[in-house]
Design a protein around this ligand. Structure first.
Ligand SMILES: [Zn+2]
Ligand SMILES: [Zn+2]
Length: 255
């Protein structure tokens, strides 16, 4: 399998996963034009994308879905409440409802949805599996039991590392927004994310891509150093840590 974060951050999220027979996007939160641009950076074309899986209805996860799906006739998969509470696609024949614990088979890729805690109508994360497990987990208020069990089976994870708690607390956001971000339906801090990996990942986890970093309340350096310091506590456990970017696709990682 090969994977890339085409974009990740509060301004837009889109993840690409492929094997030899098919490929999928998890979220389409940047414009269709940007998705195409980022695909070309990793030398891929939209013609072999067989599905777009949506995590929840917030705009940074769905912005380009309608135009991109219609242009290339790609089916969109999302929970019934996510479809009901957002404008995902004007061509209803492309919309497919899934349950929040359903596995969809796309050729020989299995895409499993599982519920998460976030302030949306029926939000999910996904683990994509061929012979390895790749989890895409952003927009998490806290690590609920489904999130924890998927961390523990992962070989590769895109994990939210949204904010540095001090930067958030001392930063410019209004109090109600700070309170929501810190709540069980908000976003994971660097420390929460790093502890989640430290405590629940198995030794087979080879790589973590820190994702959905806040532009205002975090820096790649702070996120990386939090992980590097905390993960040292566990002997013989050294997954590679990489930060996803807002303005460019990551390299295509081989799993
Ligand atoms: Zn988001
Ligand atoms: Zn969200």
């Amino acid at each position: 399998m090969k994977v890339s974060a085409l974009a990740s951050g509060s301004s837009g999220n889109c993840f690409y996963i492929e094997n030899d027979k098919s490929s999928v996007l998890i979220d389409a939160g940047i414009s269709s034009k940007r998705i195409l641009e980022r695909l070309s950076h990793i030398k891929r074309s939209p013609s072999n994308i067989n599905g777009i899986f949506i995590t929840h209805e917030h705009i940074d996860h769905i912005r380009g879905a309608d135009v991109f799906a219609r242009k290339f006739k790609i089916p969109i998969f999302a929970t019934a409440n996510t479809i009901k509470n957002s404008f995902l696609c004007s061509d209803e024949s492309l919309l497919h409802k899934i349950k929040n614990n359903e596995t969809v088979k796309i050729k020989n890729l299995n895409v499993k949805a599982f519920p998460k805690s976030h302030s949306a109508s029926d939000p999910v994360s996904y683990t994509v599996t061929e012979n390895k497990n790749v989890s895409i987990m952003t927009d998490l208020g806290y690590l609920c039991k489904e999130s924890i069990s998927n961390i523990s089976i992962s070989d590769f994870i895109f994990l939210e590392s949204n904010h540095d708690i001090r930067m958030l607390e001392n930063g410019p956001y209004p109090e109600h927004l700070k309170k929501w971000i810190k709540s069980n339906e908000g976003h994971l801090s660097n420390k929460q994310a790093a502890l989640g990996i430290l405590e629940h990942a198995k030794d087979k986890l080879k790589q973590v891509i820190l994702s959905h970093l806040s532009e205002t309340n975090n820096t790649p350096q702070k996120a990386l150093s939090t992980f590097n310091v905390l993960l040292k506590e566990r002997k013989n456990f050294q997954p590679k840590i990489f930060v996803s970017l807002r303005d460019a696709a990551t390299p295509l990682f081989n799993i």
